[in-house]
Design a protein around this ligand. Structure first.
Ligand code: ACM
Length: 264
């Protein structure tokens, strides 16, 4: 399958301008799967929960899902993108999987980062796997990466590719993903944003860019720089993720000794 990331700098609060910029960036792109950043239509740094509530919308339905469906039609494949989801009195930091036919699935961020804990509700639905073409796709969002349990759980569930929508501000993720890919023998597509947001006194945020596609051997198959707005697509060989044998006598999953692990 052909898959990759889009990296860009959204304008806070301007869903229309951000949707237009996304349309322009994908106008000549063809791919089976394209991963977009976390909260890509709204921006990230909401001043408080009340402000976030003005932007969050129920899923499915709504203009944001329509915008993502339009992008999916343009590329002739699926889009995974971050979105603020309203559900009753709760707001989740979610990602949606959208095909050219429309909405398919969502994932609610499980591990909230820093101030997100004050404005979002932590995800309550767990991880899931979705078939896109010949690949099993799992979703995670930004800070989920720092818990190896996220990638491991998705890999044990059968993920060949993890779509990782992000708004990264710490300098570690891009260095860590090769390890996560090697230990699970999977592809990880990290779509990050660029730019700065300074909407909260004393909490200036710089988003690190460097979106990347990490292969099952830990190699970086494509990477953006720290500031560019770009789309990068590569051919993924899904068969490579299905063989978890690292030596004749070592299997990444069946050699595990869970009886000796402390996970809670
Ligand atoms: C993050 O989880 N957006 C850093």
């Amino acid at each position: 399958m052909n898959a990759g990331f889009l990296q860009f700098k959204p304008t806070f609060g301007d869903k229309k301008a951000n949707a237009e910029k996304l349309s322009a960036l994908v106008s000549s792109v063809k791919a089976d799967l394209l991963v977009l950043p976390e909260l890509c239509l709204t921006g990230y740094q909401f001043r408080d929960r009340k402000e976030l509530a003005e932007y969050a919308k129920p899923i499915p339905g709504g203009e944001s899902i329509d915008a993502f469906t339009g992008l999916a039609k343009t590329i002739g494949g699926s889009i995974i993108a971050g979105i603020a989801e309203l559900d009753g009195d709760k707001i989740y930091n979610s990602a949606v999987l959208v095909s050219p036919e429309g909405y398919r699935a969502k994932y609610r961020k499980i591990h909230l980062f820093d101030r997100e804990k004050e404005i979002f509700t932590p995800g309550n639905d767990g991880f899931e796997i979705h078939r896109v073409g010949d690949a099993n796709i799992g979703m995670m969002i930004c800070f989920d990466w720092i818990f190896p349990e996220s990638t491991r759980t998705l890999a044990l569930m059968g993920a060949d590719v993890i779509a990782h929508s992000a708004n990264l501000v710490l300098p570690y993720c891009q260095k860590a993903m090769p390890g996560r890919a090697i230990e699970n023998r999977i592809y990880i597509i990290t779509s990050n944003r660029t730019g700065d947001e300074n909407r909260v006194e004393g909490e200036s945020l710089h988003f690190t860019g460097l979106s990347q596609i990490t292969g099952p051997g830990g190699d970086i198959l494509a990477q953006a720089d720290e500031t560019e707005e770009t789309v990068k697509i590569v051919e993924l060989d899904i068969e490579k993720t299905r063989d978890k044998q690292v030596t004749k006598r070592n299997h990444l999953f069946t050699d595990r000794r869970p009886e000796f692990y402390k996970l809670d």
